[in-house]
Design a protein. Structure first.
Length: 196
């Protein structure tokens, strides 16, 4: 059994911002794999389905980013899902818009959603990091960047990257993060060659 968490902020004003890349990815997974409707539970929106024969819950915390862990720990505890079977999909300003990376555990990179989850369930969960580009500057510049929308070109790239996550998520579930990371790397290289 797995819990896939997409990070973001609730509300229409945040819907298409960089910080909501996780919500977008989880919605795309739900559509692609025919998950049930999202229901309000665990301070979030949760949906149930299966991927590669494994039972999977999709969760979009509705607590705002800084308190994401409150929702994650409630769902994980209720379904008795260990951190190593939790997959968190989130935006990453340390990666360019063309990049997606994954890892098990590690630091937060200053991401408030990850800080909150680390505090609630330990850092030993899987992360899928979706690049949203780096802000020019720090402090308010970072906040303004992650809460801004995408240019048309960046939105197209993000959409392709989310499609890649959707198509490959079964590898992470069945074979683990090392094999998943290798597959992501191969696919992104192939996509970049197509664009040259």
């Amino acid at each position: 059994m797995f819990l896939i968490v997409g990070l973001g902020n609730p509300g229409a004003e945040y819907a298409n911002t960089r910080h909501n890349a996780g919500f977008m990815a989880v919605d795309a997974i739900a559509d692609n794999y025919g998950f049930g409707p999202f229901k309000s539970k665990f301070d979030g929106l949760i949906s149930e389905g299966s991927i590669e024969g494994e039972k999977v819950f999709l969760l979009k915390p509705q607590t705002y980013m800084n308190l994401s862990g409150n929702s994650v720990v409630k769902a994980a505890n209720f379904y008795k899902i260990l951190p190593q079977n939790v997959i968190v999909i989130h935006d990453d300003i340390d990666l360019s818009i063309e990049q997606i990376k994954s890892k098990l555990g590690g630091g937060t990179g200053g991401h408030n959603g990850l800080k909150s989850i680390d505090a609630c369930i330990t850092p030993n969960y899987n992360r899928i990091r979706i690049g949203v580009g780096s802000p020019k500057g720090s402090g308010d510049a970072v906040v303004n960047h992650v809460l801004s929308g995408f240019s048309k070109a960046d939105a197209e790239t993000l959409h392709k990257n989310i499609e890649t996550v959707v198509e490959t998520i079964g590898i992470l579930i069945k074979k683990g993060v090392a094999e998943y990371s290798n597959k992501l790397g191969m696919l992104l290289k192939a996509n970049q060659k197509k664009q040259i």
